[in-house]
Design a protein around this ligand. Structure first.
Ligand code: 5GP
Ligand code: ZN
Length: 139
């Protein structure tokens, strides 16, 4: 646990939350300021600031849980679609610095603004970008 981390306190049950699922490693709660009906957050009980700190074992478990929670929420709320969102760093919109995954049910004609603006022609060379990333070893 990290001191003064609200999500550590929530994940470990020190601060109450609207919990929709809990196991040994994770707690899944409803977001206090939901983007849509059923917007939920998967919180690991252990503190990781962001995806870069996440252990591989937790990373594997969290995506399996993400799939199961998407199914569970979809069944319960009969949403029409689903977004999975995970922010790292202030510039990416992270405001609570304890790793979490957003589960965002989507409904026809909802006005949730998650659409990305895409640039038609980037002002950098895609080939260079491809090479720069490809050359970094991941194992
Ligand atoms: P971030 O911007 O870090 O990706 O997402 C943080 C999310 O946590 C926001 O959607 C915000 O509404 C939610 N949140 C912040 N504090 C609390 C809290 O105390 N309880 C709950 N349930 N959600 C919170
Ligand atoms: Zn924490």
């Amino acid at each position: 646990m990290s001191e003064n981390c609200i999500f550590c306190k929530i994940a470990n049950g020190e601060v109450p939350s609207k919990t929709i699922y809990e196991d040994e490693d994770f707690r899944v709660i409803l977001d206090i300021e939901p983007a849509s009906k059923g917007h939920a957050l998967i919180l690991p009980k252990k503190h990781y600031t962001n995806i870069y700190e996440l252990e591989e074992e937790t990373a594997s478990k969290v995506f399996v849980l993400t799939k199961k929670m998407a199914e569970k929420i979809t069944k319960a709320l009969k949403c029409d679609g689903f977004n999975i969102l995970q922010n790292n760093g202030e510039v990416a919109g992270q405001s609570v610095f304890h790793f979490h995954i957003h589960l965002i049910p989507r409904y026809k004609d909802d006005e949730v603004g998650l659409n990305m603006e895409s640039k038609e022609s980037p002002n950098y060379d895609l080939e260079e970008v491809k090479e720069a990333i490809k050359n970094i070893s991941i194992c």
